[in-house]
Design a protein around this ligand. Structure first.
Ligand code: ATP
Ligand code: MG
Ligand code: FE
Length: 341
């Protein structure tokens, strides 16, 4: 079946087309630049931008896939979590297409979609797998017995998400928003062992699968502040690399531990932070040493896009999960263990 997916949970208007596990098109419009001077996504601006970008983005997705709207067999849409106003634009569009084409509508969880997207590149997910979702608003370790029906949360961040930490540290270093890409670039010229930043929640009595990045963020800010106050130059590349190393170290150590504790030898990464080059390299290294098969989508598919929603929709269709009710609504804080709404 041909599945049309809509993603509008944040600042990306994503429309994708997927057939089975095959990615046909992935059209994207972003209002990122309009938020930059505010240092974060402004919900009102994002909603309006989705509204303006929606129809052209759908047309681009259909053209790139070389299909007609009438070929579509099912529609999938992010129902949450995310910004309510932004989600509503995607829901309205998805409902309109489902109704007009007389095909079923599947409301899906944005976070599960970040995991499902990997199937477009690496085929069906081994089940069970451990999934580590690291994005702008979430950081979680999940046990995935069945991506279409059952996702079990093992742990999550108790304060900031990993992506949020990248964004805040970038701000401290005078880099643009979102901070992940510029930190990743700066870190390539730096030494990850230059500064010993704290590794949150890694003590023997700490929750093994929970994360904390707020202390790390504060430690980086204090370190930079102290340097500046002393009138010394801030070694930006070393700070970026050492911060990035602390994040990658904790994430990979906990993910490998979750695999080992649960007797699972497949790990999949998802979410914007999974685009990070050091995280990818360290995960590769540690998984190889532990005999774990690692799967990470290409960086382009790690950040928000429409194909990931179509990928999860395709999974739900194949599994025979019931479609959503026509009154499907947005849930800004949809729990991570709800896959289809
Ligand atoms: P959520 O998925 O939790 O709703 P979101 O959709 O805003 O949040 P994503 O688009 O998945 O998040 O990811 C965006 C985040 O990923 C930002 O915080 C950004 O800084 C981070 N990010 C993107 N590329 C990189 C990178 N190369 N290194 C580290 N972080 C990155
Ligand atoms: Mg975004
Ligand atoms: Fe996301």
């Amino acid at each position: 079946p041909l599945v049309l997916g809509f993603e509008t949970s944040c600042d990306e208007t994503g429309v994708g087309l997927v057939r089975g596990h095959t990615l046909l098109s992935d059209a994207l419009a972003t209002s990122m630049a309009e938020h930059e001077r505010f240092g974060g996504v402004v919900p009102e601006i994002a909603s309006r931008a989705h509204l303006e970008a929606m129809v052209p983005t759908v047309h681009r997705a259909l053209a790139e896939a070389g299909v007609q709207a009438s070929d579509v067999d099912a529609v999938a849409v992010t129902a949450g979590p995310g910004l309510t106003g932004a989600l509503l634009v995607g829901l309205a569009a998805a409902k309109a297409y489902a109704l007009a084409l007389d095909v079923p509508l599947y409301g899906v969880n944005h976070l599960a979609a970040h995991v499902a997207v990997d199937e477009l590149q690496h085929g069906p997910l081994a089940e069970p797998s451990i999934a580590m979702l690291v994005s702008g608003g979430h950081s979680s370790l999940l046990l995935v017995p069945d991506l279409a029906r059952e996702v079990v949360p093992l742990g999550r961040t108790i304060d900031d998400a990993a992506g949020e930490a990248f964004d805040k540290v970038a701000r401290v270093l005078g880099m643009p928003f979102p901070g992940g890409p510029p930190i990743d670039r700066a870190a390539r010229e730096g030494d990850g062992a230059a500064i010993a930043f704290p590794r949150g929640l890694t003590g023997p009595r700490d929750a093994p699968y929970d994360f904390s990045f707020s202390g790390l963020k504060t430690a980086v800010a204090r370190w930079v502040e102290a340097r500046s106050r002393a009138g010394e130059p801030v070694p930006v590349a070393d700070v970026a690399a050492s911060f990035q190393e602390a994040v990658a170290d904790v994430l990979t150590a906990k993910a490998v531990r979750a695999c080992r504790d649960h007797g699972v030898d497949h790990l999949v990464l998802g979410g914007g932070v999974a685009a990070n080059s050091r995280l990818r390299a360290l995960a590769e290294e540690r998984c190889a040493a532990a005999g774990i098969v690692l799967r990470v989508p290409s960086p382009r598919l790690c950040t928000d896009n429409g194909a990931m929603v179509a990928a999860l929709g395709s999974r739900l269709v194949a599994a025979g999960v019931a479609p959503s009710a026509p009154e499907l609504g947005a849930d800004s804080s949809l729990p991570i263990d709800v896959v289809g709404v």
